[in-house]
Design a protein around this ligand. Structure first.
Ligand SMILES: Cc1ncc(COP(=O)(O)O)c(C=O)c1O
Length: 380
């Protein structure tokens, strides 16, 4: 312990010690929920009487800063927020008590191990780093100046970006849309989150693929949504099982990742796609198509999106730039004809990174190169 009492000071040693611990609580030296040094240890370390330490702890206890627990020593009080301006709250307790659940322990472990041991995390479906269009981005930023506005943009996201996405999804995914039916999000992950938060309520039942993109699960559980699972085989889910689930649980929405499903890599068979859309309109079950991967085919084959087959407007389409340009851009979108106005959704779109760069990527040849040309070239 570096701190020592000032024996020449007028202030009593127990007061100095109490102040030192109080400051340590405020600056995080003594975090909430962690045991404080024992009376005996402090007395020895500081070369003071044990009664001096007892007096310091008495004072801190009477101020509500610490608690003494019989048998398990002394700890910083668990909820000290608001006692004085200086003190730090017990953030861990807030996190534990909050409604958003952490990722599953296995997911947390995979992430940790992947970083520590430089492993490839296949769960995140991330592009290989050498596929990130670094040179293109460098060229674009060097050759163009920023023309965007830095103020609050349209609540659905920048109009030029939405117009660009409208053109892109028409050309590459055969989806007819309009900038007014597009909402820009911070990746597909946030899009999924918004759909769950804004369009579902606690207790609603949803159908999910099993296995499915495992990060989704905390989103559903945290919102009190009941997930029911549809097994994925080589052709995707079985539409008859959706009807069975709906009869039993009144499914409010079905979440599908029909193209190159994460983690199985399967393509939902065309027959199943048609059947699901029929069930969706017959039973009034909206489909959320989570489609980050349909443009990642190694062979360049065109994959039909569910949204392009949706004539009744039952499909909310989610995608992003993560798997075709770079995940760090955090650009995603939701397309849906029946999307309520942003005011009804009560959401503010998170600021997206330099839109000019993103639009340039889309508008330039690089976008296409990174979809097909580059991938094909790398195939053995
Ligand atoms: C099926 C699926 N949906 C959504 C996401 C989230 O992607 P984004 O980076 O756009 O948030 C992923 C990421 O791995 C994914 O595999």
């Amino acid at each position: 312990m570096d701190w020592k009492p000032d024996r020449k000071a007028k202030k009593a040693i127990y007061k100095q010690l109490a102040e030192y611990i109080e400051n340590g609580i405020a600056n995080g030296t003594f975090p909430p929920d962690k045991p404080l040094p024992s009376e005996r240890y402090l007395a020895k370390e500081l070369n003071v009487n044990r009664s001096t330490v007892v007096s310091a702890y008495d004072e801190l206890e009477s101020n509500g800063l610490i608690q003494r627990n019989r048998g398990s020593g002394t700890t910083v009080s668990k909820d000290i927020w608001g006692i004085t301006k200086k003190r730090i709250p017990s953030w861990n307790r807030y996190i534990e008590a909050g409604s958003f659940l952490p990722n599953l322990p296995v997911t947390q472990r995979i992430r940790k191990e992947a970083v520590e041991h430089k492993l490839i995390n296949l769960a995140s479906g991330e592009l290989s780093e050498d596929l990130f269009p670094l040179d293109s981005l460098r060229q674009i930023t060097a050759s163009r100046s920023f023309i965007g506005s830095l103020g609050y943009d349209h609540p659905q996201g920048n109009l030029i970006l939405r117009e660009t996405i409208t053109k892109h999804v028409k050309e590459f995914r055969r989806i007819e849309s309009d900038p007014s039916s597009i909402l820009i999000t911070s990746g597909a992950q946030q899009a999924l989150h918004l759909v769950v938060q804004c369009l579902l309520k606690p207790g609603d039942a949803v159908a999910l693929e099993d296995p499915s993109y495992n990060y989704n699960l905390p989103i559903f559980k945290s919102a009190g949504i009941k997930p029911y699972f549809l097994p994925v085989d080589k052709d995707g889910i079985n539409p008859d099982e959706l009807i069975t689930l709906h009869k039993k649980h009144r499914i409010k929405m079905i979440f599908l990742n029909p193209s190159f499903q994460n983690p199985t890599g399967t393509l939902l068979h065309q027959r199943q796609r048609k059947a699901i859309l029929e069930i969706s309109s017959e039973h009034g079950i909206p489909v959320v198509e989570d489609d980050p991967y349909s443009l990642t085919s190694f062979t360049g084959e065109e994959v039909t999106t569910l949204k392009s087959m949706d004539i009744h407007g039952n499909v909310l389409y989610i995608s992003s730039l993560s798997k075709i340009v770079a995940s760090g851009l955090r650009i995603g979108w939701i397309i849906g004809l029946l999307l309520p106005s942003p005011n009804d959704l009560k959401l503010t779109v998170l600021p997206v990174q330099n839109l000019t760069i993103i639009m340039s990527v889309y508008n330039s040849k690089h976008f296409d190169i990174y979809n097909y040309g580059e991938r094909k070239r790398r195939l053995p």
